[in-house]
Ligand binder design. Structure first.
Ligand code: 13P
Ligand code: SF4
Length: 299
């Protein structure tokens, strides 16, 4: 049996579902039951009927799945697949910020650990961040931890005052404006799409800004044929699969998230076999974090 056949067989035997983020390796995207962006994946986790969720992504995503589906066993192929941006803020720092701005609403990016979500009023993803901020009555917003996404949202909601945190995605910050300008010169007909985790200098060069799922949907419905893609390289496979006749130019080969790539097919098989690498979230933190995630899903 091939490794893919073994995974499929075990998945059926154990009533497991495999959820994969768009940045996962091609062979993982191919074996997954569902591939999507952070928002899609949290919605799938919330409605999952399987007994086991194998979450192919990074730790905060698996944690979010566990918070939304506490009775399910949530497994991650590699426990070392973590997000450096999520680690850039601590609960102590967030509490201090809240004390300094008592009237402000706290919006946390989904790229945070459960304790930060528990300290926040509402969660957001890169797909819904603008709608989430618009849904709040408060005029002051503490936005953590991604200063790039925060600046993008602030530009879309100029009437509100934002307090940012100095977090950022190292992978997206490796994409430089010069790379985009050179590609634009080489491919003048190409449309530039960018993820809002990119710097504002890169976003200023983009024709379309959106989450990974929003970029995929935009490319799919576009009549254009060539696209410059300013986000992590895993999306190129997703795009080629959904729109094989279109041409994609990756902004830079440096935009590869080493954490997203830690999951492999062998590790997916191993967690299905051994049911190890289970994700647990302390219930008192999970209960508070659930409120901020469910509030987001309700918007
Ligand atoms: P989205 O899938 O929501 O666009 O997020 C990108 C990301 O960086 C996940 O780590
Ligand atoms: Fe974190 Fe950036 Fe990797 Fe996403 S791409 S998991 S934000 S480091």
């Amino acid at each position: 049996m091939t490794i893919q056949e073994k995974i499929t067989q075990l998945k059926q035997q154990k009533r497991a579902v495999i959820l994969a983020h768009i940045y996962q390796r091609p062979e993982i995207q191919d074996i997954a039951d569902f591939v999507g962006d952070s928002l899609d994946l949290s919605q799938k986790a919330a409605s999952a009927t399987a007994d086991i969720i194998v979450f192919c992504g990074v730790d905060f995503m698996a944690e979010t799945a566990k918070i939304l589906s506490p009775t399910k066993k949530v497994l991650i192929p590699d426990l070392a697949a973590t997000c450096p941006m999520a680690k850039m803020i601590t609960v102590e720092a967030l509490r201090k910020l809240k004390a300094q701005h008592p009237g402000a609403a706290v919006v946390c990016y989904v790229n945070t650990n459960a304790d930060i979500k528990a300290e926040s009023d509402i969660c957001c993803t890169s797909r819904n961040a603008v709608s989430i901020v618009n849904s709040l009555a408060e005029q002051q917003i503490i936005f953590v931890p991604d200063k790039s996404l925060g600046a993008y949202v602030a530009g879309q909601v100029p009437e509100k005052k934002f307090i940012f945190w100095e977090g950022y995605c190292p992978t997206h910050h490796r994409i430089l404006p010069d790379y985009i300008m050179s590609l634009k010169k080489l491919h003048p007909k190409a449309i530039t799409t960018a993820h809002p985790e990119c710097t504002s200098a890169v976003l200023a060069l983009a024709d379309f800004i959106g989450s990974t799922g929003a970029i995929q949907a935009y490319v799919h419905r576009s009549a254009d044929k060539e696209f410059i893609i300013a986000t992590e390289e895993g999306i190129l496979y997703t795009l080629q699969k959904s729109d094989p006749e279109k041409i994609f130019y990756h902004a830079t080969e440096l935009a590869v998230c080493p954490n997203m790539k830690k999951n492999t097919l062998e590790k997916v098989l191993a967690v299905l076999e051994n049911e190890n690498n289970e994700i647990f979230v302390e219930e008192n933190i999970a209960a508070k974090a659930r409120i901020s995630i469910q509030r987001m899903l309700g918007v």
